[in-house]
Ligand binder design. Structure first.
Ligand code: ZN
Length: 668
């Protein structure tokens, strides 16, 4: 559960450092803009300088990454693939006026489901509402050739698309609801209840086991003919076999170009996992992967993060292929080499600290491809593996994806956000100078130390915080980063050159958590996504405690609410206090206290502030969500068919890329 996403899409990264921006000006960062989405491009600086062998390794890993796309679509909802094909066939087969408002609405819907990897919004988890009519769709479908027609399923698909009460929410986290029965994802078959699933796993979990596998990570839970709960495993020969076989083919090709024997062993162990479905093998793979810190090229590929599962167990298919940014990694190496100092000085009860932080390796990477759960919306930082015991015994790898943060930063130049929401020119100028570096440092600290810090007391179930686990885990990592951003240690380590550099980061974080991130929520709805809940929890808690003593406040001037901070050092101590409490909750598995924090501070939205934020944003027309198209890699061959180079191109647009992925990489 360890990915960091851009803290407020547009809002967070509306500021830029003066250091970049020169030769990047010509690059066209914006690929598309629709609904609440802006699709950007990212560059892959340094790719040309890699060796031919490294380029070929990357090429085959990117192919492996893309072959898993359909898996995620099917995990998200069992009608997603059929609906994608239906709408794509209607879109490409339409013979009428392409400016017809009905057709434009169909195109918009298609762009939205591509972005959501299915019929639900990637962030709010709500089902998209089509702006075209059933009659319009039927009119096109009736003209399609038989092989493009959905056949007997048509009536079902129409109901799923147009009936708002069918499959309304992909992941339901509402307190008190049956989280399985009311969620529309396809990780659990129809007919299952939360109780049945919990009973099933409770019978399988052995809390005395010291190296437990991550139950349910690669399975769909279903009912057999007799009504018994069973697991269907994602593996070659099992569920999703046609896609997994393709992934394995490309991994086999990639392994021939491995940089060293350690990396080759990693790839081969992953192939073994995909062909056996064994979670023990996945743990073995994760250990090999964590230990491989010498290779320049790295990748994740598998069933990784469990945000899409209301019980936080099954991993969504995801792949990111990347290589190390050697210059920028100097920064994270400094941080990780001081990991023990940070742990020993953290504001948590010593009983909950690690004696020694094991092998936190951190690096800054350049992403070469984003796939599955990381595409088109992508994290800016990742810390893996997720297995608690592997993290404790073997450590974890943490990355900051700087070509992505740079694309965000560049693309949001001059969009008017800071003039609107940051009235104090002094803070604005501090943001210009320090926000890019402190954003990156925040990500480094969050991923490299935050998630890796602390320990569970013996016998505490790592899943004890249940549905609130993701939110509290993200809060813990964010608080760790916030607390240390203001520490003189960062100056001592040469990472910052100004003891006040943390202030614009604090300001932006609280502004986002209290106000601007609400742009992502529809009027009348609660905050649901774990990272948003985490930021709201931290910000509202600090506002409540800090405003009582005048450290900060929300002040309304000329009808606009603005954040005023009077005492930054006090904010730091409040972050430290909350970190101590959340670490205690995690270490002791105190579900009740965790639930109270989340329910009190992280969920409910003040409708007046919400409306104000939406109105102020509307005047700026900034998209609340961003994502990316991938570059295109092409093998260059000589007349004998030998590969002589791999080229990278950035010219593919959003619609062509999505249609190409659907026609090329769709084995399910
Ligand atoms: Zn995180």
């Amino acid at each position: 559960m360890n990915r960091l996403i851009s803290s407020a899409a547009a809002a967070a990264i509306a500021f830029t450092s003066t250091a970049m921006a020169t030769e990047t000006d010509k690059f066209n960062y914006v690929a598309d803009r629709f609904a609440d989405i802006e699709v950007l491009r990212y560059r892959v600086p340094g790719f040309e300088q890699l060796s031919l062998r490294q380029k070929q390794l990357i090429y085959h890993l990117t192919e492996a990454a893309l072959w898993g796309r359909d898996i995620l679509w099917d995990q998200n909802n069992r009608y997603n693939l059929a609906i994608r094909r239906l709408i794509e066939n209607a879109y490409t087969g339409y013979k009428g006026d392409r400016n017809d408002p009905q057709f434009r609405a169909l195109e918009l819907y298609l762009k939205q489901i591509w972005f959501g990897n299915g019929i639900h919004h990637h962030y709010s988890m709500d089902k998209f509402t089509p702006g075209f009519t059933e009659e319009f769709l039927r009119g096109i479908v009736d003209t399609l050739p038989a092989d493009k027609h959905p056949g007997d399923d048509y009536a079902t698909l129409i109901d799923v698309i147009f009936n708002p009460s069918v499959m309304a929410k992909r992941v339901n986290q509402a307190e008190g609801a049956d989280l399985i029965a009311t969620s529309a994802n396809n990780l659990y078959a129809p007919g299952l209840t939360q109780q049945m699933v919990e009973d099933y796993y409770n019978a399988r979990k052995d809390t005395t086991e010291t190296s437990p596998v991550m139950h349910g990570l690669n399975t769909r839970v279903a009912l057999d003919a007799d009504g018994n709960v069973i697991e269907q495993t994602y593996m070659a020969g099992g569920l999703y076999s046609p896609a997994i076989e393709k992934i394995v083919d490309e991994l086999r090709k990639a392994s021939k170009f491995a940089e060293n024997p350690k990396q080759k062993a990693v790839i081969e162990k992953l192939i073994e996992f995909y062909t056996t479905g064994s979670l023990k093998t996945f743990d073995d793979y994760s250990i090999l992967w964590v230990d491989d810190t010498d290779s320049q090229i790295d990748f994740i590929n598998g069933f990784i993060e469990s945000y899409g599962d209301p019980l936080g167990m099954t991993g969504a298919y995801e792949s990111i292929v990347n290589f190390k940014n050697l210059d920028a990694s100097h920064r994270t190496e400094i941080i990780s080499s001081s990991a023990d100092w940070f742990e020993a000085n953290s504001p948590v009860d010593p009983r909950f600290r690690k004696d020694k932080v094991k092998g936190v390796t951190a690096k800054v990477i350049t992403a070469a491809i984003l796939a599955g759960d990381s595409y088109p919306a992508t994290p800016i930082g990742i810390n893996l593996p997720n297995s608690n015991w592997i993290r404790a015994e073997h450590g974890s790898k943490s990355v900051t994806i700087e070509n992505i943060t740079q694309a965000y930063d560049e693309a949001s130049h001059g969009n008017g956000f800071n003039e609107e929401f940051v009235p104090d020119p002094e803070i604005r100028s501090m943001m210009d100078r320090y926000l890019f570096i402190t954003d990156n440092l925040h990500t480094d600290l969050h991923e490299c130390l935050g998630h890796a810090s602390g320990r569970l007391l013996p016998g505490v179930d790592p899943d004890a915080l249940k549905a609130h686990g993701s939110t509290l885990e993200e809060a813990r990592a964010d608080l760790f980063a916030l607390y240390y951003l203001a520490d003189p240690k960062l100056i001592e380590l040469g990472l910052l050159d100004n003891p006040d550099a943390y202030k614009p980061q604090y300001y932006k974080y609280l502004l986002n958590g209290l106000m601007t991130q609400l742009i992502r929520i529809e009027p009348g709805k609660d905050v649901e996504e774990a990272h948003m809940r985490n930021r709201k929890l931290i910000s509202e808690w600090v506002l409540e405690k800090g405003s009582a003593e005048g450290a900060l406040s929300l002040v309304k001037t000329n009808g606009k609410t603005n954040l005023v901070v009077n005492d930054y050092p006090r904010l730091r101590s409040l972050f430290g206090e909350l970190l101590g409490e959340i670490q205690r909750i995690k270490s002791e598995g105190d579900y009740e206290a965790g639930r109270e924090l989340v329910e009190k501070y992280a969920v409910r939205v003040d409708p007046a502030i919400h409306k104000e934020v939406i109105d102020r944003y509307a005047a700026l027309s900034i998209a609340p969500y961003k994502g990316f198209v991938n570059p295109v890699y092409t093998l260059v061959k000589d007349s004998d068919g030998n590969v002589t180079d791999v080229t990278v191109s950035y010219s593919e647009d959003y619609i062509p890329q999505m249609l190409r992925y659907s026609s090329t990489y769709s084995p399910l």
